[in-house]
Write a protein that binds this ligand. Structure first.
Ligand code: NAD
Ligand code: UGA
Length: 461
């Protein structure tokens, strides 16, 4: 352990979770030395620069306050493992794309490689903490690998899943609803768990720090994402009924959500959920259920993902139908490409699917987003020539037949839609995939307005 610091904390994987989480720990715990390592040298360079690799409101300030004091970013994985007392592992755990479980199971190769590297580089016993989201019972496999040594090294494997959401990560980390730490219920496991609890206790009230056995902790993370995504799929399914029955999904969600047993959050109908985790975590649990022979459970969970795919396709088909069944050669302005507001992240963004489908219908696209244009360019790299990228939404909409609002950025609520309408081909359409703009106002200006789960406002007969 380095002098003056109580302990050396290491995080392997400096991504959307590792970066903000460890920055917050360093910020709140000046007596711990916190280091992040990654195999991606460019990412580490960016963490050490003025232009951080991820956009997250409030993150720059926190990193600036502690970087070089007790927060460090490095590519030297081996030496940092050697010096660490507690190692958080926050590498990616994507869906497997090959072999058994392809398209469903979690691809654990990055995790296992990390575990083997920890073992190879350690010359003292350590605590290893699962920060990544992992299938239930992964800790057992990790324990077996790590404790397979004959060097008298002992590793306690804990589960400390992360519940932050992108775009609100700093606030989520500052005031978490709960911090969960799971361990083996052995003396050694409980003592290790206490060391992790002690870190969070520097700023999180004790009643919000929950401990459990390791399997429950691993499963709780997946289950939290099931509940959240299931609510979105439920309200999106209801939005389809609303569109047929002329009910208004916002009114329905408000009335249902006022019952405290239901609650009002995560009931915004949309073009479907995106982000790197919901889909992969649900599919992971579908796979686990199947492998336990629980086919009915698997089928129930799988329906969350099926409705999400349906909702994206439904949006495109509504556009096609409203625009006289042809989009070929029409110019469509896409407002927002990030999977949600306040992030530049486009992983699994519904905008990717919708953009590709519109291109299939031979539309030309002009994509606008305040933070995600770089990622959008990569996502649609193969569609060159048919897609333009323009930061200014007014410019993006100019000459378009339609606008599709795909991300709920605040700025789209307050644009001058009169000015936008003036520059568009008529009849002009707006498809509000997030229900964020003032529909009546846009209709009054002259737009044909198609919200999600509400009757369209159209001048066409
Ligand atoms: P990410 O892709 O942004 O970051 C992962 C990082 O790990 C990458 O920078 C990658 O280069 C690095 N990495 C991979 N293998 C490595 C190795 N062997 N050694 C060193 N570095 C390695 O992913 P993320 O979004 O931060 O997600 C990480 C985990 O956290 C996932 O399991 C995810 O499900 C979970 N999670 C994510 C979020 C979120 O909001 N993104 C929230 C909660 C939990
Ligand atoms: C989600 C969870 O909220 C986090 O608790 C969890 O830690 C994280 O996944 C994870 O495990 O990775 P995140 O994906 O960053 O966080 O963002 P959310 O705010 O949950 O949004 C996910 C998607 O659902 C976005 O596309 C969003 O636009 C959509 N959404 C959300 C809706 O369509 N309707 C809603 O009412 C809420």
């Amino acid at each position: 352990m380095t002098e003056d610091f109580k302990q050396n904390l290491l995080c392997i994987g400096a991504g959307y979770v590792g970066g903000p989480t460890m920055a917050m720990i360093a910020y709140k715990c000046p007596h711990y030395r916190v280091t992040l390592v990654d195999i991606n040298a460019r990412r580490i360079d960016e963490w050490n620069s003025d232009r951080l690799p991820i956009y997250e409101p409030g993150l720059d300030e926190i990193v600036k306050a502690v970087r070089g004091k007790n927060l460090f970013f490095s590519t030297d994985i081996e030496n940092n493992i050697r010096e660490a007392d507690i190692i958080f592992v926050s590498v990616n755990t994507p869906t497997k794309t090959f072999g058994v479980g392809a398209g469903m199971a979690a691809d654990l190769q990055y995790w296992e490689k990390t575990a083997r590297q920890i073992l190879a580089c350690s010359d003292s016993s350590k605590i290893v903490v699962e920060k990544s989201t992992l299938p239930v019972r992964t800790a057992l496999a990790m324990e077996r690998i790590l404790n397979s040594n004959n060097r008298h090294l002992h590793f306690d494997v804990l589960s400390n899943p992360e519940f932050l959401a992108e775009g609100t990560a700093i606030n989520d980390l500052l005031k978490p609803d709960r911090v969960l730490v799971g361990s083996r219920l052995t003396d050694s496991g409980i003592a290790a768990r206490q060391q992790v609890v002690d870190i969070y206790a520097n700023w999180v009230p004790m009643e919000r720090i929950v401990t459990s056995d390791v399997w429950s902790s691993e499963l709780s993370k997946l289950v939290s994402n099931v509940f959240l995504s299931q609510r979105i799929s439920t309200i999106n399914a209801i939005s389809a009924i609303c569109e047929k029955s002329e009910a208004d999904v916002a009114n329905v969600a408000r009335a249902a959500g006022m019952d405290p047993r239901i609650g009002s959050r995560y009931l915004n109908a949309s073009i479907g959920f995106g982000g790197s985790c919901f889909k992969k975590d649900i599919l992971n649990l579908v796979y686990i259920s199947k492998s336990y022979g629980l086919d009915e459970v698997a089928d129930y969970l799988h329906s969350i993902v099926r409705i999400n795919a349906y909702q994206k396709e439904r949006f495109v088909e509504n556009m096609l139908q409203a625009m006289f069944n042809t989009l070929a050669g029409k110019r469509i302005g896409i407002f927002g490409f990030a999977f949600k507001a306040n992030t530049g992240d486009t992983r699994e963004s519904p905008a990717i699917y919708i953009a590709r489908r519109l291109l299939e219908e031979q539309a030309d696209l002009v994509i606008s987003d305040p933070k995600a244009l770089g990622n959008a360019r990569n996502d649609l790299a193969d569609a060159d020539g048919r897609v333009a990228y323009v930061e200014d939404p007014y410019q993006a909409a100019s000459g378009c037949h339609a606008i599709a609002v795909l991300t709920e950025w605040d700025q789209y609520k307050t644009l001058d839609y009169e000015k936008i309408f003036a520059g568009m081909v008529k009849p002009a359409f707006i498809f509000d995939g997030r229900n964020i703009i003032d529909h009546q106002h846009c209709f009054d200006i002259g737009f044909n307005v198609y919200p999600i789960g509400k009757p369209p406002l159209t001048h066409l007969e």
